[in-house]
Write a protein that binds this ligand. Structure first.
Ligand SMILES: CC(C)(COP(=O)(O)OP(=O)(O)OC[C@H]1O[C@@H](n2cnc3c(N)ncnc32)[C@H](O)[C@@H]1OP(=O)(O)O)[C@@H](O)C(=O)NCCC(=O)NCCS
Length: 176
């Protein structure tokens, strides 16, 4: 079990465990999570499948991603992950993703979690680039990336389409 600890004692990061399903599901059910992501788990069974997949990656030599639970007062409060790892010809880069249960938002917790996992992932996977994408309306997410040291690179117009509407994505990245 890998554990990452920030200087502040507000939270720590640890690998997912099977018991995280309910917390993983619940942190993604509010209006902002549903707007911010293309999809969120629709029920506990779907969340269980995702958690199981993430746990299966920890044992792999070349995982597709690595997810950490954000633990506050012993409870699953959200997650932060590096994903899109080890893609052919793109082994040098990855993307970052995160979500925090709405009751813990607005305290700078996610930015601190992103800083921790970014430092960890650059070293572990010998990366040259970690990118964070967020919808242009997602000011909270853009603020997290900015405060975690990511640089704004531009906007991908009409990058995704959801419910018949095309959406623009901001691209942020840290490069080495
Ligand atoms: C994006 C998200 C992870 C930010 O987490 P967080 O720990 O609240 O981040 P911060 O505390 O750094 O706050 C981010 C901004 O939201 C604002 N905010 C304050 N209270 C808030 C609240 N109750 N709810 C949401 N945002 C709040 C903060 O003021 C801050 O803005 P600022 O930097 O301009 O001051 C969180 O809002 C979330 O889980 N959203 C849904 C999932 C999502 O969008 N994920 C990213 C997809 S790209």
């Amino acid at each position: 079990m890998i554990i990452l600890k920030p200087k502040s004692e507000k939270f720590f990061l640890r690998h997912f465990v099977a018991n995280d399903v309910k917390g993983f599901y619940e942190c993604q059910q509010d209006k902002w999570a549903k707007k911010g992501f293309m999809t969120v788990p629709k029920n506990l069974a779907a969340a269980k499948k995702e958690v199981k997949y993430e746990i299966s990656q920890y044992k792999k030599k070349k995982p597709t991603g690595e997810s950490f639970a954000i633990v506050i007062d012993g409870n699953f409060a959200g997650y932060v992950e590096v994903h899109d790892l080890n893609k052919k010809f793109r082994e040098h880069k990855a993307k970052i993703g995160y979500c925090l249960h709405e009751k813990f938002r607005g305290q700078g917790i996610t930015a601190d979690a992103v800083k921790l996992i970014t430092k960890y992932a650059f070293k572990k996977y010998k990366l040259k680039r970690i990118a964070g994408w967020c919808r242009t309306f997602n000011k909270a997410s853009a603020s997290v990336l900015k405060r975690s040291g990511f640089k704004f690179e531009g906007i991908l117009k009409n990058n995704k389409c959801k419910n018949g509407k095309c959406l623009d994505d901001m691209v942020w990245a840290i490069t080495k």
